[in-house]
Design a protein around this ligand. Sequence first.
Ligand code: SF4
Ligand code: FES
Length: 321
Amino acid sequence: MAKVTIDGITIEVADGTTILQAARMIGPDVAPPTMCYYSKLKTSGGYCRTCLVEVSKGSEKDPRPMPKLVASCRTGVMDGMEVKNTSSEKVRDARAGVVEFLLLNHPLDCPVCDQAGECHLQDLSYEHGNYKTRTEFERRTFDKIDIGNKIQLHMTRCILCYRCVKTAEQITDGRVHGVINRGDHAEISTYVEQAIDNDFSGNVIDVCPVGALTDKTFRFKSRVWFTKPMYAHRNCDKCSGKVSLWYKGDDVLRVTGRKDQWGEVEEFICNTCRFDKKSTSDWVIEGPAPINRHSVISANKYAKLVKPKEFTLNDIKAITD
Ligand code: SF4
Ligand code: FES
């Protein structure tokens, strides 16, 4: 066992626990944000750097601080370690920088993006980002790609978190998509234009933190905040059959996996449940789904946040000059 202190709160955890896992055990107030780590996927994490933390004391044996900020999803705790997340100015600065990098090429098309309202990048930039960009360069763009008849890839919005690749690799047979090229040419692509066609392919939609992979059966049907999620289940011979149904009035607009408090799918669901069962009569309704801490459906979502500074005429002049 190892004792670790995060933002002044001490917890004892099993050896081999990462700083991020220990922080999540303490609770959402000290848990660093994550854009690529996904607890249900092996080897996820280590790509986006949003989970950076400061290790102000390495361990009881070697109390020297770590010289640089570390990715909490990839760094194991040591006995006596002291970590600063929200209490570190260096972390707040670095995280704002990471958000700026993630947004360098990400389009600001939230008003027309289906992920708006449940986009982790939108939340991240609201909570940790700067209120204006310093970049003057054009964002890179890609043509939209149909991945089969149910999934739309909008590579322009991708932040290369690799979650969809790992999902396809770990829960489906015969992965046919991945990241090709490197640097700012890197893109998610299907292998020689193949469609992703297997029973669990739809899960890449649920794990995508942004609007790069969206459900074509739901696209442009409704803003998420006009829908009501309900827990429901059915007997399914391929998956657990436990889902969230997203209602508008009496219509089921989409079916997704259920998500935990970190916005991660609890159990992956099959394509039959996701795409082919859109009638209430297909399901046993359990009741309203708990609302995710980041969801815009949640009342008072923004109540405790310090709102970004409003633009003044001088700010606008500084940007346009
Ligand atoms: S498409 Fe989505 S899940 Fe896949 S790498 Fe890009 S951002 Fe991540
Ligand atoms: S969540 Fe740790 S690097 Fe992305």
